[in-house]
Design a protein around this ligand. Sequence first.
Ligand SMILES: [Zn+2]
Length: 257
Amino acid sequence: MAACAAVAGGAALAYAAPAATWLGGVRRLVPALAGEGDRGHVALTFDDGPDPVSTPCFLRELRRLDCRATFFVLGETLERHPEFGRRIAAEGHEVAVHGWRHVNALLARPGAVAGEMAAAARLVRDVTGARPHWYRPPYGVLSAEALAAARMLRLRPVLWTVWGKDWTASATPGSVLAAVTPGLRGGATVLLHDCDHTSAAGSWRSALGALPELVDRCRAEGLAVGPLGEHGVRRRDGHGSSWRSGCQVTVSAPGRR
Ligand SMILES: [Zn+2]
């Protein structure tokens, strides 16, 4: 199934319950969780890597564009290909945590998400030499356990404001641009994938092909493009409140994205 794509049903974003936080209503109500940032900046993020074939293509293109981004990596692939994690970091990008395996938190056994998040965060630190700062749950689904683990590990959960729908077999650079364009504005966090680990085979080429035009469009609008660390994502109250309070909002949004 597509990386970060949807599960059916409503959402209850509460500390005591799992949450389908990919829902648009939830993300609009908790803008910091969606990655709303500075008005003059667009955050560029890639999920599901690293991949020894596709990730270097993205690194090459980003270098050509003189652009840096945030890569949400999986522990199981980073463990197999640590050299690509090191290379991502060495080229000035952020390496962030997407979990160990690409598991929906709603379907995981108790303790699995927390344990795997901790292992992935530790591996990112060991591979890159830097503590990761961000966590994006697979499928955009946060659970109470994941929220608690992220807080303990000092990882800030962040989703996205717009995605390229780059995970399908029919995705093209044009379709990715068309999907992103309505939400491409200052403060946006763009979700793309630098591999097809959980997507249709070869679908990453659609995101790669869209990248130059996407960056050019932002810059033509006077917007800087960069990693989440430069995005100015504020806490819910704007003054650094804890994520616990940010995740006690209860929302009913059946069927919405
Ligand atoms: Zn993913």
